[in-house]
Ligand binder design. Sequence first.
Ligand SMILES: C[S@@+](CC[C@H](N)C(=O)[O-])C[C@H]1O[C@@H](n2cnc3c(N)ncnc32)[C@H](O)[C@@H]1O
Length: 215
Amino acid sequence: MSHADFGQPAGLPAATVFDALGADYERAFAGSAAHRASLDGLLERLSPGSRVLDVGSGTGRPTAQALAGAGHRVVGVDVSPVMTALAARQVPDAEFLCADIRDLPLADGEFDAVCAYFSLLQLSRDDQKELLGRLVRAVRPGGRLVVATVPVDVADVDAVFMGQPVRVSSFGAAEFTALAAGAGTVVEERQSTLFTPDHPAGEPEPHLFLRCRRV
Ligand SMILES: C[S@@+](CC[C@H](N)C(=O)[O-])C[C@H]1O[C@@H](n2cnc3c(N)ncnc32)[C@H](O)[C@@H]1O
């Protein structure tokens, strides 16, 4: 018998979850100092006018805003129409597409950098592995992949995120780092932190930030 039989839907699609959350997500998470530090580390390594893909761009803040504000050419992709519209309004200097990243064609080496901050968690583990490989190949050799996740060893677990039922998969920190390296990168920096979202249900959660260079 499924959860739905008890009126408790299993994980909602990412688009539904983030359409419902909208700007509440930014209020809860945009205060992360580690996220800012990760962006600073990327900005220091980008040449002027770099082309950057932001996967799961959310509200556009802080990631696309920081990159576009520094003069880079940013394309954000998000499966949530609400998030995409919000990002386009908040960061008019970047381009935003509403699409599932799994369906978006990516040419080899077309970006100087690709970011994916906390946007893989609603994908299955197999999809995350496959996507990491595609994202690395979309970066030119020598370019950067910056990826952040909640490093917990879970597969298809039902959880509640900011009041929304979600199905989550992830990897422990060592395994996730090994996956990024195995996808064809050198992991240049790995930062682990605990972050408490600014939300009534917010509890400390582990965050892992990787900055990787495509070999
Ligand atoms: C946890 S939020 C993070 C937003 C932003 N990266 C940040 O750190 O502020 C995850 C975002 O990824 C998007 N997302 C989830 N799965 C996606 C997919 N398969 N394709 C594109 N976007 C996706 C969600 O709609 C949401 O806006």
